[in-house]
Ligand binder design. Structure first.
Ligand code: BES
Ligand code: MN
Ligand code: ZN
Length: 483
């Protein structure tokens, strides 16, 4: 999606669609003398948040349609989100190429033009994204590619800033979704490394890719235990963005990049196993957030680390009962090879320590238990630092990509006890998302650390199967607030 600001009078716009309120449409009708078309539609319209109606204006004018969006005189932020969601859905379902969004027609309680723009365009980006699947009809489809936003014109600099920020988020999120939606025979660890390298080169960032031999040499026994079963080599990808001050410690974001999770020798059941191509959504979101930060030129130092591997069963795969030594020196008894995410992440967290990060945030489709606990509306949020947890939660609330905090109390650590190593890689049946976080916390002892379990939020199943791009909005907003 390409966003821009729109100035000049609404009635002289040249566009496939103007998006406005009922009052806005009335005013437009008077000035354009297109009343015949609009009057009846506006009279019949049920003017409530969540309702919309698309009214064609005939062939003569420069505006082809008006999308009337249900509203109140003064909208609560929740109703505004609902209205924008409905507007974006209506645009998605219509065959048009561009739209002018008259945000100046909407009054939102407590939100200025800049904030309205941020919230509305985050929703537009989410709804209007399309994946270019390798299908014939994809080439000829009419899809909306440009949205211009009209604001009240009182602070044009703020309006442009909001657009630039929204564009950065859209670009980062679309990239993340594209990578995640690709099939696992294309998007493997090498593909992720190539994508990261190519972007780093384009943006002038430093990128390092650790190969298996190097990781073996360093002593990343946990990471290696996961990747060893696959013929496709694992990679540890590190991209550095230095937008902040020279001496400022970086924020490190670590993504789980299992490009396909079969479960390994602890093989998963067949049903919906295809969805395990999304087990690299954490990795995609970390790269997507990096890109958004770069394009918004945020004054922060950011480190994106991707632990990329494939979890496969083979004659060389890890067995339940294997004991491995992590980069931290702690040993792990692998009781279930399907609990592989924490194994690649623990070594990546230890590796991140050498950059002396200000905070470490890992993002992972880590547990089915988190899906059971929170479903799609909230990502699971875990942290060993209250201030960091609050910053992440607030960022998500603001931009509409929510997370909900869960405990990492010591009471849960006992579940990881092993008779043969420092810890087992799984707890019992209870509190699975928490015991997974507890496992990771043992590798984040001296760090300010947070963990986002996005197993329920990073993608949708069934008819609308696809990556959501979450939690890129949350992470990016967190950086904006931190900058
Ligand atoms: N990638 C899965 C978690 C997952 C499950 C993500 C469902 C999205 C939807 C992870 O690697 C996994 O298999 N976790 C196991 C852990 C268990 C063996 C302790 C799980 O959740 O079942
Ligand atoms: Mn697994
Ligand atoms: Zn997994």
């Amino acid at each position: 999606m390409k966003y821009s600001t729109s100035t000049g009078r609404l009635e002289v716009q040249r566009t496939d669609c103007v998006v406005t309120t009922r009052a806005g449409a009335r005013a437009l009708a008077e000035r354009r003398r297109v009343g015949d078309y609009l009057d009846q539609a506006l009279a019949d319209f049920d003017d409530k948040p969540g309702k919309t109606t698309m009214v064609p204006l005939g062939k003569r004018g420069t505006i082809k349609r008006v999308l009337v969006v249900g509203s109140n005189a003064k909208l609560s932020i929740a109703d505004f989100r609902k209205a924008m969601q409905a507007a974006a859905s209506a645009l998605r379902n219509a065959a048009l190429r561009d739209a002018v969004l008259a945000l100046d027609a909407f009054t939102v309680d407590g939100y200025d033009a800049e904030q309205k723009t941020r919230v509305a365009l985050a929703i537009f980006s989410n709804v209007l994204y399309r994946f270019k699947a390798p299908r014939r009809d994809e080439e000829t489809a009419t899809t909306i590619a440009r949205v211009a936003v009209r604001t009240d014109g009182r602070s044009p600099a703020a309006a442009r800033r909001a657009i630039r920020t929204a564009q950065a988020l859209d670009d980062g999120m679309s990239w993340a979704r594209d990578m995640a939606n690709l099939p696992p025979n294309v998007c493997n660890p090498s593909y992720l490394a190539r994508q990261a390298r190519a972007y780093a080169r384009k943006a002038g960032l430093r990128c390092r890719v650790l190969e298996e031999a190097e990781m073996e040499r360093l002593g990343m026994g946990a990471f290696m235990s996961v990747t060893r079963g696959s013929d496709t080599p694992g990679k540890l990808i590190i991209v550095e963005y230095r937008g902040g001050k020279r001496g400022d410690k970086p924020i490190a974001m670590i993504g789980k990049g299992i490009t396909f999770d079969t479960g390994g020798i602890s093989l998963k059941p067949g049903a919906a196993m295809d969805e395990m191509k999304f087990d690299m959504c954490g990795a995609a979101s970390v790269l997507g957030c990096l890109r958004a930060a770069v394009e918004a030129r945020l004054p922060v130092n950011l480190l994106a680390i991707v632990a990329a591997a494939e979890n496969m069963p083979s004659g060389n795969a890890s067995r339940p009962g294997d004991v491995v030594k992590t980069l931290s020196g702690q040993t792990v008894e692998i009781l279930n090879t399907d609990a592989e995410g924490r194994l690649v992440l623990c070594d990546a967290i230890t590796y991140a320590e050498r950059y002396e990060p200000r905070v470490v945030i890992d993002v992972a489709t880590l547990t089915g238990a988190c899906v059971v606990a929170l479903g799609a509306p909230a990502s699971g949020l875990f942290a060993n630092d209250d201030a960091l947890a609050k910053q992440l939660q607030d960022a998500g609330d603001y931009i509409g990509d929510r997370a909900w905090r869960m405990p990492v109390w010591d009471d849960y650590q006992a579940a990881l006890k092993s008779n043969f190593a420092d810890m087992a890689n799984i707890g019992g049946r209870e509190a699975g998302a928490i015991t997974a976080a507890c496992f990771l916390s043992r590798f984040a002892k001296g760090l300010k650390w947070a963990h986002l379990d996005v197993a329920g939020s990073a993608y949708t199943s069934g008819a609308s199967k696809g990556a959501s791009g979450r939690p890129v909005p949350l992470l990016f907003q967190f950086l904006l607030d931190a900058a």
